[in-house]
Design a protein around this ligand. Structure first.
Ligand SMILES: O=C(O)C(=O)C[C@H](O)[C@@H](O)CO
Length: 260
């Protein structure tokens, strides 16, 4: 029996839109609710959210039971973290701060078993192999792993062609927030210079035949990126949805009861 099919990897390779939501509340309840909301993919963030391996596993488990696909972002693209996430059952990884072709190749090596890569062999213990129930996991897993590189500073933009040239990088995600900061516009991802850089990167990623992705709440930027061929587009953040919603609801209730 082979490793589970990765529908997200297939979809972005086919140029099908994959609509995503960022999960930063780091809770399986939120992951379960979000997985039933209709998103094609959910980003479990352990770079900017208080996720650890156990909380990531709990979210992987609930998402697996729904018709959505989990993409996991580690805090950094180090081999040992990637090994743990893959064994935990993550099949799609979004690696932050990729700045060179060499770094991208190291990431490909980290998701690949020897002799062509350096991923440690632990499938006998791993959720990824259904705890060794998937007999052909070791020889079929690599094909179902989706590696997404994040380009989100000037170094990454300058090295984008080298990153795109690395076989095994399935897609490149452009990070507007960090790119804005590195361009000198911290907190202003909507700055025209940043938007131009983002859209130019999307054009280059698409032209290279790789999947382009982004997270933005800006509806116009979402539409422009989709128009230019971006296909894994995260349009919502659970933290933002909840925080804005609960604050607005509280204010409305207080106004309603006190006529203010
Ligand atoms: O740089 C970006 O934009 C991203 O990588 C997404 C952010 O990390 C996310 O936390 C939203 O601001």
């Amino acid at each position: 029996m082979p490793a589970p099919h990765n529908p997200f990897k297939s979809a972005i390779a086919n140029g099908d839109l994959q609509l995503g939501c960022w999960l930063g509340l780091a809770d399986p309840y939120i992951a379960e609710i979000s997985a039933g909301a209709g998103f094609d993919w959910l980003l479990i963030d352990s770079e900017h959210a208080p996720n650890d391996l156990r909380s990531i596993v709990a979210q992987l488990q609930v998402i697996a039971a729904r018709n959505s696909h989990a993409v996991v972002r580690p805090p950094i693209g180090e081999t040992w973290i990637i090994k743990q996430l893959l064994d935990a059952g993550a099949q799609s990884l979004l690696i932050p701060m990729v700045e060179s072709g060499e770094q991208a190749q190291e990431l490909v090596d980290a998701i690949t078993y020897p002799p062509h890569g350096v991923r440690g062999v632990g499938s006998a213990l791993a959720r990824a192999s259904d705890f060794a129930a998937i007999g052909d996991y070791l020889t079929t897993a690599r094909e179902q792993i989706c590696l997404l590189a994040q380009v989100e500073n000037q170094k990454g933009i300058d090295a984008l062609d080298d990153i795109l040239a690395v076989d095994g990088v399935n897609g490149v995600f452009v990070g507007p927030s960090d790119l804005a900061a590195d361009m000198g516009f911290i907190g202003k991802p909507g700055q025209s210079e940043v938007q131009d850089a983002v859209l130019d990167a999307v054009d280059r990623i698409v032209a290279a035949g790789k999947a382009a992705g982004i997270l933005t709440l800006d509806k116009e930027l979402q539409a422009e990126c989709f128009k230019r061929g971006a296909r894994f587009i995260a349009t919502d953040i659970d933290v933002t949805l909840f925080a804005r919603g609960i604050r607005a609801s509280c204010a409305a209730s207080r106004a309603h009861l006190t006529n203010k």
